[in-house]
Design a protein around this ligand. Structure first.
Ligand SMILES: NC(=O)c1ccc[n+]([C@@H]2O[C@H](COP(=O)([O-])OP(=O)(O)OC[C@H]3O[C@@H](n4cnc5c(N)ncnc54)[C@H](O)[C@@H]3O)[C@@H](O)[C@H]2O)c1
Length: 255
């Protein structure tokens, strides 16, 4: 059976573990050649090894998405290797505990934590989109998927700057979708609920019961369940979908 992404080339940031890795594996299984980028190059290499062992085609790229020169080089490397860029998944991101904001309410976030959160989770997405859009406009076609979150759609106590950054990602997604429709580029985002990855291990240990009580499915999602939505949004099967933000959250946002 034909793969959903047969003949396509893709770039995935934050592909060294978690949702990015699961998506890279699925993209490759569905026929895409995948550039796996991560600040943690070892993680990206591991993902690539998993893809290659399974018979897929992938390459690793070390890239910190907050660094404009590294982002430009990442996109250049993917385009040089593959000849074009059909799909991009802007997924690299960090959580509050990674910027010393664990459990802090809005007024208590350190300024440095604000700056770092916005730098990675919002500016990083924009820097990637900037380069990807330039390439996709040249091609006259492309599909971008950004990782937002349920935090891009609702307030979540003690996550305020994460929430602000993810609302920003939703805003970028909607605006770019309108602007680049005439160029054949679709831009969408996926909004995961609580997903079992390294990112959520701490919060689940502390507040798992409370958060699962807010999730109608009463369980966390798997990274592979996010990858399915991203794959569809990146594929031609979603050809009339742009500017949309899809919840994959076990019903959380319905509450
Ligand atoms: N896990 C969840 O419950 C959940 C829910 C909603 C949204 N998200 C979002 O999904 C995305 C992936 O999360 P995850 O759960 O897979 O997390 P994760 O921590 O398992 O993986 C994130 C990856 O991004 C990379 N990364 C971090 N900062 C980077 C930077 N500056 N440049 C390049 N790479 C960088 C890390 O090295 C890591 O490999 C994030 O944007 C996160 O905000 C996660």
């Amino acid at each position: 059976m034909a793969g959903m992404l047969d003949g396509k080339t893709a770039l995935i940031t934050g592909g060294g573990r978690g949702i990015g890795r699961a998506t890279a594996l699925l993209f490759a299984r569905e026929g895409a050649r995948v550039a796996v980028a991560d600040m943690n190059l070892d993680g990206a290499k591991e993902t690539v090894a998993m893809i290659n062992t399974a018979g897929g085609q992938a390459m690793s790229i070390g890239c910190d998405v907050t660094k404009p020169d590294q982002v430009a080089a990442m996109i250049q490397a993917a385009v040089s290797a593959f000849g074009r860029l059909d799909c991009a998944f802007n997924n690299a991101g960090i959580a509050g505990y990674q910027v010393d904001a664990l459990g802090k309410k809005t007024a208590d976030w350190p300024e440095a934590a604000f700056d770092r959160m916005i730098d990675v989770n919002l500016k990083g997405v924009w820097l990637c989109m900037r380069g990807e859009l330039e390439q996709m406009v040249k091609q006259g076609k492309g599909a971008i998927v950004n990782t937002a979150s349920i935090a891009g759609l609702a307030g979540l106590p003690t996550s305020s700057i994460y929430v602000a950054a993810k609302h920003g990602v939703v805003g970028l997604t909607k605006t770019a979708a309108i602007e680049y429709a005439e160029n054949g580029v679709r831009v969408n985002s996926v909004c995961p609920g609580y997903i079992e990855t390294d990112m959520t291990r701490d919060v689940m240990a502390r507040r798992g019961k409370e958060l699962m009580a807010l999730t109608p499915f009463r369980r966390m999602g798997r990274a592979e369940e996010i990858a399915e939505m991203v794959c569809w949004l990146a594929s031609d099967r979603s050809s009339y979908v742009s500017g949309a933000n899809y919840n994959v959250d076990g019903g959380f946002m319905a509450g």
